[in-house]
Design a protein around this ligand. Structure first.
Ligand SMILES: *[C@@H]1O[C@H](CO)[C@@H](O)[C@H](O)[C@H]1NC(C)=O
Ligand SMILES: *[C@@H]1O[C@H](CO)[C@@H](O)[C@H](O)[C@H]1NC(C)=O
Length: 185
């Protein structure tokens, strides 16, 4: 009985691992179909030019669990964040701009939110430029359709971060442990 369960779990794990193929021909960089962006996403990794904003108690350290493209063209992000040790839930609506895949929102300052690339199926990469007290902060975020993405997606994210001047020390991994989101700095 226990063996059967183990085999079942192993099979499931293998299936998830092998199913996660990064097909670069399926990656979209512009002209996004926002209906396909909608749905469940998990925060996988984040990078920032100011680490205290995505570190413990950082105001931009958020754990996304859903993105919804609204009828009026706005984009709604639902996420969890930690506030004084408690897990809080929040949804914010980003307003569309004249450009496809680009949004703005007032949240801890003024923000421009851009999709950098996605394959809709496994991953999406966002770029956020935050302006607060005349200080600019760059943030990049990698979200996955499942709580864990294979290293190939993380490597790709690392390379994108590099283009924005963010090295390995600017990147954190947000991992999914026992049904709760936790982060390793
Ligand atoms: C980084 O963020 C922290 C926390 O919001 C802030 O106090 C600090 O001034 C920021 N540093 C820079 C260089 O922007
Ligand atoms: C679009 O709809 C959402 C949800 O009803 C609302 O919060 C947002 O302000 C709307 N945006 C515009 C530009 O009307």
């Amino acid at each position: 009985m226990r063996m059967a369960l183990l085999l079942l779990l192993l099979g499931l794990g293998l299936r998830l691992a092998t199913a996660q193929q990064l097909d670069i021909h399926k990656i979209v960089y512009w002209n996004y179909d926002m209906a396909k962006v909608s749905g469940v996403w998990y925060s996988i990794s984040m990078a920032s030019s100011n680490m205290s904003r995505i570190g413990k108690n950082g105001d931009l350290r958020v754990f996304v669990y859903n993105i919804e493209s609204l009828k009026n063209g706005s984009l709604k992000f639902s996420f969890h964040f930690m506030l004084q040790g408690l897990c809080e839930q929040l949804a914010v609506v980003c307003e569309k701009t004249g450009r496809n895949g680009e949004y703005t929102i007032d949240y801890e300052g003024e923000n421009a939110v851009l999709i950098l690339e996605t394959d809709y199926k496994f991953f999406i990469t966002f770029y956020l430029r935050n302006l607060r007290d005349r200080t600019q902060t760059h943030v990049l975020a990698l979200y996955g359709r499942i709580p864990q993405l294979s290293p190939i997606f993380l490597d790709r994210f690392r390379k994108i971060c590099q283009k924005y001047g963010l090295g390995p020390n600017n990147i954190i991994k947000l991992s999914y442990i026992g049904g709760r989101r936790q982060a390793q700095a």
